[in-house]
Design a protein around this ligand. Structure first.
Ligand SMILES: Cc1ncc(COP(=O)(O)O)c(C=O)c1O
Length: 392
């Protein structure tokens, strides 16, 4: 078979780390081990019934069998605006300040191509969600990493960045509640961000993928709740986590109208919008009963408590996440994150993601997903205790 060479752009894409993790874990499963897989970020619960039902009805409607409007249905944009008003008391113009996305990831990968020319600079968190790097590579942009350190509650300290990098930067990605660290943003931090962005003409993209998951009674802040935020940026919201709709591929961007119209222009050239049945179901999710969201939040909080209390009882000094469905755990002295993840897989048949997969500053940590039952998380704690790694 003739092998066609791939383009420079494809050759420069970052390696998909999770493909190799899936392979490694798969080997243990195939060999018959009962692996507790806490390595990935795929919600394990079903989409709530009322949303599925709406999709079933809507899929039978011939109006939905035609092309959807290029930029998505107006009713879904209005539902997104109503959602922001209800949840965050943020006023959004449904016509100018909402773009429908095929999931958050699509928007995050598209935005650098919308706003940057090759060689332009963008600020990206380290550690961070690996797919941010895909968008940067496709836009041939330059990255400056913003260190997220435990000492600063995994918020970037802008004083650590060179003034030259800040002046050059045209775009910044942030994400709170944070993947992978489970950290939450503060109002003061977002205010500082708006100030910095405004002074330096930086567009801020806040990835709010885990906006619905905040613990200890604290609701995560939307970036758009901060005065002036809409002047300097947008927020990316996805239905994947809030409503267990990861497979449906639906989300939206809200905020600065110039960025929203840039996203819509690129999308006009890439796709026709999402299937109408999914858009109707998404409207139902955003505007229907939110009991399912409250229940999901409690479920993740109970799981977090089983894991964190259990690990602490072994003498492992771990920090409890404030939000998201991940725990970010310090590895024992003397081991790299990969060595420790391998040890857990080989000796306890527990899969976790080594921190190095999320950036250089992820070294020294592993990420554990709260995406299995309390019983299985308890079993994971029991297996770790048998390794006798931690001393009380
Ligand atoms: C931080 C973060 N952003 C964005 C996404 C993308 O979610 P989706 O494309 O399903 O909306 C994820 C998914 O895991 C994520 O963890």
């Amino acid at each position: 078979m003739k092998q066609f060479p791939t383009s420079q752009i494809l050759n420069n894409l970052p390696k998909q780390f999770f493909a190799s993790l899936v392979k490694k874990v798969g080997k243990y499963i195939e060999a018959g081990y009962d692996v507790i897989n806490l390595g990935q970020g795929n919600p394990d619960q079903a989409t709530p019934n009322h949303i599925v039902k709406k999709m079933q009805e809507a899929s039978a409607n011939p109006a939905n069998h035609r092309y959807s409007p290029f930029q998505g249905h107006r009713y879904l944009k209005q539902a997104a605006a109503d959602f922001y008003k209800r949840e965050y008391d943020v006023t959004i113009d449904a016509d100018k300040e909402v773009a429908i996305l095929f999931g958050g990831k699509a928007g995050l990968v598209e935005i650098p191509q919308c706003l940057l020319d090759p060689g332009d600079t963008m600020l990206v968190p380290d550690p961070g969600y690996p797919d941010y790097l895909s968008g940067v590579a496709l836009a041939k942009a330059e990255m400056v990493m913003m260190p997220l350190r435990e000492a600063n509650n995994f918020l970037p300290d802008y004083n650590e960045l060179s003034s030259e990098a800040i002046e050059r930067a045209k775009l910044m990605f942030l994400n709170y509640p944070n993947n992978p660290t489970g950290a939450a943003a503060t109002k003061e931090f977002f205010e500082e961000t708006v100030k910095l962005a405004s002074l330096n003409d930086i567009c801020v993209v806040h990835d709010f993928a885990y906006g619905a998951i905040g613990f200890d009674g604290v609701k995560p802040l939307s970036f758009l709740q901060i005065d002036g935020a809409k002047e300097v940026g947008i927020e990316i919201y996805t239905l994947s986590k809030t409503y267990n709709m990861a497979g449906w591929r639906v989300g939206f961007a809200v905020g600065n109208s110039s960025v929203i119209s840039a996203i819509e222009l690129l999308q006009d050239h890439l796709y026709c919008s999402i299937f109408g049945g999914i858009q109707e179901a998404a409207r139902e999710a955003l505007t229907g009963s939110q009991d399912c969201v409250r229940e999901l939040n409690h479920l993740y909080e109970r799981r977090r408590n089983v894991l964190i209390d259990g690990l602490r009882s072994l003498g492992w000094n771990v920090t409890a996440p404030k939000g998201s469905f991940f725990a970010w755990l310090k590895v024992p002295d003397g081991l790299t994150s990969t060595e420790f993840a391998d040890l857990l897989l080989e000796q306890a048949h527990i899969a976790v993601a080594p921190g190095i997969a999320f950036g250089e500053l992820g070294e020294g940590y592993v990420r554990v997903g709260l995406l299995t039952s309390e019983e299985r998380l308890g079993e994971a704690v029991r297996r770790i205790s048998e390794l006798e790694i931690f001393k009380k």
